[in-house]
Design a protein around this ligand. Structure first.
Ligand SMILES: O=C(O)CCC(=O)C(=O)O
Length: 274
């Protein structure tokens, strides 16, 4: 209700990306807005995320739980129409990520139509109408493993022909620092298009950028307070280190695409309501 009112009052112009953000996006492949979301909103979403984690853990431990699937030595499980990726440590009951996740809790779903996401996305992509491409919830619990450097585009391109028109937004649910595994990004790496993945190792390694072949800038740590949003290009190289702190470093990642396309791996479009 409040969100709709704000949207009408301010129009999308209030939240649209400004000239310096657009310039940064074009040159570096990303920009960051700090504290976009309030503590009240974050508390609600953190509670919902924990609620969903608990529910998934319970379902995974039940007698009729869906089978675990292994890719390389990593564990995956399809629960409640979401792909759950378990933490890489053998036997760990920590969930690393769920994709998609918005449908799993009533307090999470409305985020998809928030003007603080779609208005900047519209100006970055230069489009009037958008649709959801995919959405992922990352938990990064204490001792959570690193996420090797990669581009999202080779993964998305498995089922998508318009990866150049995708925009991802990572919303930090917790303050993100180097010690708890913040995102690291290589500025300007989106200019290279889809790069070679690591060959001759595991299946998943092929989706990680072969950093021995890459020549470009050094990665920068995206440290930022909770509620900050990183708007980034599907070709930009990014990754994260392990979480060495005692708290989770949670984040939601939403990816938008031009309207008229189905949600990734589904037969349905989810247009963004503006
Ligand atoms: O936030 C992170 O640790 C990295 C997440 C990421 O790059 C991804 O989910 O594709």
């Amino acid at each position: 209700m409040l969100q709709k009112m704000m949207s009408r009052l301010w129009g999308s112009g209030h939240y649209a990306a400004n000239a310096s953000e657009l310039e940064k996006f074009n040159s570096d492949g990303f920009f960051v807005r700090e504290k976009v979301f309030s503590n009240r909103e974050l508390d609600k979403w953190r509670d919902a995320a924990e609620n969903v984690h608990k529910r998934m853990e319970t379902e995974a431990a039940s007698n009729d739980a869906p089978d675990l699937e292994f890719v390389d030595d990593k564990r995956f499980q399809s629960i409640d129409d979401s792909v759950v990726k378990w933490e890489w440590r053998e036997g760990s009951r920590d969930i690393r990520s769920m994709e998609p996740f918005l449908h799993l809790h009533d307090d999470l779903h409305p985020i998809v139509d928030d003007p603080r996401l779609w208005a900047p996305a519209r100006s970055i992509l230069g489009l009037n109408k958008l649709a959801l491409f995919t959405d992922k919830l990352n938990f990064k619990r204490p001792q959570g493993a690193p996420f090797p450097f990669h581009q999202d585009s080779p993964y998305f391109a498995l089922e998508c022909k318009h990866v150049d028109q995708l925009l991802s937004m990572q919303i930090y649910l917790d303050e993100s620092r180097v010690d708890n595994g913040c995102l690291w990004i290589i500025p300007g790496s989106h200019h290279h298009g889809i790069l070679s993945g690591v060959q001759g190792k595991g299946v998943l390694d092929r989706l990680y950028t072969d950093m021995d072949l890459f020549q470009g800038e050094d990665p920068v740590a995206i440290t930022a307070p909770a509620g900050s949003v990183i708007y980034f290009h599907a070709h930009v190289i990014h990754g994260s280190k392990g979480n060495k702190s005692k708290q989770s470093r949670r984040a939601m990642v939403l990816t938008y695409q031009p309207a008229g396309h189905n949600r990734w791996n589904t037969e349905r479009e989810r247009e963004i309501r503006m």
